[in-house]
Design a protein around this ligand. Structure first.
Ligand SMILES: Cc1cc2nc3c(=O)[nH]c(=O)nc-3n(C[C@H](O)[C@H](O)[C@H](O)COP(=O)(O)O)c2cc1C
Length: 274
């Protein structure tokens, strides 16, 4: 057998494993033969686990992967009202308590967010958590330098993003870039990986909902990300792994304020076509 092991005493030859395999790497004659790996299947397997997870008989196991997989319990899914509180209650937090975020809790949120989908299940994106006040100040100073550079070179972005105000605020002691957040989560991926930003966005979107549910506030660090993608001194100061670039960043900390209401959004732009 190739990359899957079949327990022939349990297998019902129902073909479910073959049906869910995204790359059709498992073949069988339903009701007649046991599942087999197609030639070259082992090399092309992305280890998504669908084949093993779908088998109701526990007959299939993927080789080289831990096998203590928990059962999915649909009875534990949140209902739509609970989801509404989660999705609509999450806000971009821009006022944080001066308290270090509990690392164990943050680690648990990140570990859970890591179950978000990635293209071809490649899971190439890394997480960097910076929770040193001095370090965050140093990095923000680089982002401000980038803004000073935009302004000095009369780059149209300077006006568009109102960098003058951000620089002035910084010089007067207010951090409009990272909002004095006690921690920053930076996602990084290999320079040549074209879907790195997309994977990172999905990771952080998942992460911020989990974090919110645990009392941790977040805010996308768009200014910081723009600075990091164009300002070499900030890139160098981040000390990312060799060949990796910043793909997304998010401020993290305990919110200082509580929101009472759930504001509306613009009307959904949805077209139904049939
Ligand atoms: C890609 C992206 C970048 C953002 N960058 C910043 C930022 O640099 N600073 C900031 O204060 N908010 C930033 N935001 C937060 C948005 O302003 C915020 O999501 C929006 O106003 C809606 O508010 P809500 O998140 O509270 O629902 C960013 C949001 C996104 C999605």
């Amino acid at each position: 057998m190739g990359f899957i092991t079949i327990d022939e005493n349990l297998c019902q030859k129902d073909g479910l494993c073959a049906m869910v395999c995204p790359y059709r790497l498992i073949a069988l004659e339903v009701g007649k033969t046991f599942p087999q790996t197609v030639p070259g299947g082992k090399e092309r397997c992305i280890q998504c686990g669908h084949c093993q997870a779908v088998c109701p008989h526990g007959a299939l196991s993927l080789q080289g992967i831990k096998h203590d997989w928990p059962f999915f319990d649909p009875g534990q899914l949140p209902d739509l009202d609970q989801l509404t509180q989660l999705i609509r209650g999450r806000r971009s937090i821009r006022a944080y308590k001066e308290k270090r975020v509990d690392r164990d809790l943050l680690q648990r949120c990140i570990d859970l967010a890591h179950f978000a989908p990635t293209a071809r299940n490649s899971q190439q994106i890394g997480w960097l958590v910076i929770d040193s006040k001095t370090e965050l100040r140093r990095l923000t100073e680089h982002a401000i330098d980038w803004m000073r550079h935009l302004q000095a070179s009369q780059d149209p972005m300077a006006e568009h993003y109102g960098v003058q105000g951000l620089i002035r605020a910084w010089e007067n002691g207010y951090d409009g870039i990272l909002r004095h957040a006690p921690a920053l989560v930076v996602m990084h991926g290999p320079a040549g990986y074209r879907l790195a930003q997309m994977d990172s966005t999905i990771y952080l979107t998942t992460f911020e909902l989990i974090a919110f549910s645990q009392g941790i506030g977040t805010c996308w660090a768009g200014f910081f990300q723009m600075a990091a993608s164009s300002w070499p001194p900030l890139q160098a100061a981040l000390h990312l792994p060799e060949g990796h670039g910043l793909t997304a960043a998010m401020m993290v900390g305990y919110p200082r304020l509580k929101y009472q209401l759930l504001p509306p959004r613009k009307e959904t732009q949805i077209t139904w076509r049939s």
